[in-house]
Design a protein around this ligand. Structure first.
Ligand SMILES: [Ca+2]
Length: 150
């Protein structure tokens, strides 16, 4: 009798531990370390719910549909130039520009890029347009005058 009680409580403990592991895996907190500045965004970086799990936002859908090493829990986000060049929310700023890595050169384990972080799934959150260069803000007439001054 005492043996079966012990076996029963061991089984209960195993089920409890397995439940903890599964609930942690569903949130996949490791994925926040697989995109630049992912920890700043947290679970909301890819999921509609800020607490993680469940439906993906537009950025999470892009990752899920082509930028995971494999489907399911073990899949690792394949951050790089291709994913960085996409624009999940269609606001004109690339995912890389919004996450501080325009070229997609950041790799897992690197320090996060510095600067302000924007939300690649939210068209209301957009980095400011870069300032035009001197040549871009000059007209041809100004350039010709500069050249003629020699
Ligand atoms: Ca965008």
């Amino acid at each position: 009798m005492s043996v079966s009680l012990k076996a029963g409580s061991s089984l209960l403990a195993a089920v409890f531990v397995a439940g903890l592991v599964v609930s942690e895996a569903e949130a996949r907190p490791a994925r926040t370390g697989q995109v630049p500045n992912g920890a700043t965004l947290g679970c909301a970086g890819c999921h509609v719910s800020a607490s993680g799990g469940g439906a993906r936002n537009s950025f999470g859908l892009q990752i899920e549909n082509g930028f995971l090493s494999q489907a399911g829990f073990a899949g690792v986000v394949q951050w790089g130039p291709e994913l960085a060049a996409l624009d999940a929310d269609g606001d004109g700023a690339t995912n890389g520009e919004e996450l501080g890595d325009p070229t997609g050169s950041w790799q897992q384990g690197d320090a996060n890029p510095e600067g302000e972080v924007f939300r690649p799934w939210d068209a209301e959150s957009t980095p400011p347009a870069p300032m035009p260069t001197a040549v871009e803000s000059s007209g041809w007439a100004k350039i010709k005058r500069l050249i003629a001054q020699d």
